[in-house]
Design a protein around this ligand. Structure first.
Ligand SMILES: Nc1ncnc2c1ncn2[C@@H]1O[C@H](COP(=O)(O)OP(=O)(O)O)[C@@H](O)[C@H]1O
Ligand SMILES: [Mg+2]
Length: 317
C-alpha cells in the first residue's frame, strides 16, 4: 500500500509524465491529478500530446487547442500539435518571424524535419519544457507506453548523434529537465494480466532507455479493493454448499464469485507490480455509467484521500 508521502510526487512535481497501455485511464488520471494540484493552489497545465482524438475536452467541457486555455481556477488544458510546435521551435532558434516562415516554407527543410527520426518527438518534448516555465506543474498525458518510451528516449539518441547545433542544445535542455528532482514519470496499470506484463516491461525500458528520469510510482487504476465482510464470505460459502434450484440464490452466488475474482485479480496485480520495486497506488473502479467528468472527480477524491489532501469541490472556479 502506498503511503501519503509516496503520492506527494503527483502534486509536488514540476513536470509529471503519465504513460501506460492504451485505455488504462491515462488521460482521466492526468486530469484528476491536475485538478487535485490546482485545488492546492498550484498553477497547473494538463497536456495531451498530438492527440487526434483528445479526451480532455469531454472531461472539462471545453475544446483544447495548441495554446493552453484555463478551464478552472489554476487549471489549464492544451493539446500540443506538431506543426505549431515546430514553428515555435524554429522561431526560438532564428528568432525572426519572417525568417521562420521562409524556413518553414522551404520544402527541403520541412521534409528533413518530418523524416528525421525523432525530430517530431523532440520538438513536442521541447514545447512541453517551454510551457513548464509558465506553470508550477505540467502533467503530460503521453501516448501509450511503446510510443512514450520512444518519445522520451529521443533526447538521449540526439545527444549521441549530434555533437553540436540546435538539435543537440534542445536534447541537452531536455536531459537536464529529466534529471531535475521535481521531474518524474508515473505508469498507469489495470488489474489485468496483459496490462501488468506491459507495465513491467515499460518500467524496465524506461530505466534502461531513459536514463535519469525518475519513475517513482505506479498507479493501479480500476481496481477492486476487498469489500466483503466475514459474514458475507460465510454466506457465499453457505450458498455454494446448497444444491441450488433457486435462480435468485444462483445469481447472488455468481455475483459474489465475480466480485471475489475481481478482488483476487487486483491483489495479484498489486503483488506482481511490486516486482518493479516502486509503491503501487490502488485506485478504485468507478461505475462506467458515470461518464468522463464524474469518473475524473471520483478519482480526484480517491487521490486526495490517499495523499492526505483535501479534495477540491467539483468544477471549483
Ligand atoms: N477508475 C476508473 N473507473 C471506471 N472507469 C474509468 C476509470 N478510469 C478511467 N475510466 C474510463 O476508462 C476509459 C478510458 O480512460 P482514458 O483516460 O481515456 O484512457 P487512456 O487515456 O489511457 O486511453 C474512459 O471511458 C474513462 O472514463
Ligand atoms: Mg488518453
Amino acid at each position: 500500500m502506498a503511503a501519503p508521502d509516496d503520492l506527494s510526487v503527483l502534486v509536488g512535481s514540476g513536470v509529471l509524465f503519465v504513460t501506460g497501455k492504451g485505455g488504462v485511464g491515462k488521460t482521466t488520471l492526468s486530469a484528476a491529478i491536475g485538478r487535485l494540484a490546482a485545488g492546492q493552489g498550484k498553477r497547473t497545465l494538463v497536456l495531451e500530446v498530438d492527440n487526434q482524438h483528445p479526451t480532455l475536452p469531454a472531461i472539462f467541457g471545453t475544446p483544447t487547442a495548441y495554446e493552453p486555455v484555463e478551464v478552472e481556477r489554476n487549471l489549464s488544458i492544451a493539446n500540443i500539435a506538431w506543426a505549431p510546435a515546430l514553428e515555435d521551435w524554429v522561431e526560438s532558434i532564428v528568432s525572426m518571424r519572417r525568417l521562420v516562415r521562409l524556413i518553414m516554407k522551404n520544402r527541403v527543410v520541412s521534409l528533413f524535419l518530418q523524416v528525421t527520426p525523432g525530430a517530431r518527438d523532440l520538438v513536442m518534448l521541447w514545447r512541453t519544457h517551454q510551457l513548464a516555465s509558465r506553470y508550477d506543474l505540467v502533467v503530460v498525458d503521453l501516448p501509450a507506453s511503446g510510443n512514450a518510451v520512444a518519445m522520451l528516449s529521443v533526447p538521449l539518441t540526439a545527444e549521441r548523434l549530434f555533437p553540436s547545433g540546435p538539435i543537440r542544445r534542445c536534447a541537452d535542455e531536455l536531459l537536464s529537465l529529466y534529471a531535475r528532482r521535481d521531474t518524474a514519470a508515473v505508469l498507469v496499470a489495470l488489474p489485468e494480466e496483459m496490462v501488468v506484463n506491459e507495465t513491467l516491461e515499460t518500467s524496465a525500458k524506461l530505466l534502461r532507455d531513459v536514463r535519469g528520469l525518475r519513475v517513482p510510482l505506479i498507479l493501479l487504476n480500476r481496481a477492486s479493493v476487498p469489500s466483503f465482510t466475514d459474514a458475507e464470505r460465510s454466506l457465499l460459502a453457505a450458498l455454494e454448499a446448497l444444491p441450488i434450484g433457486d435462480p435468485v440464490a444462483a445469481d447472488v452466488l455468481a455475483a459474489g464469485r465475480w466480485e471475489e475474482s475481481l478482488e483476487a485479480a487486483t491483489a495479484e496485480a498489486q503483488t506482481r507490480l511490486k516486482e518493479a520495486g516502486r509503491p503501487v497506488v490502488v485506485l478504485p473502479a468507478v461505475s462506467r455509467r458515470d461518464g468522463a467528468r464524474r469518473t475524473t472527480q471520483m478519482l480526484v477524491a480517491a487521490l486526495a484521500r490517499l495523499a492526505g489532501l483535501r479534495a477540491p469541490p467539483r468544477g471549483a472556479h
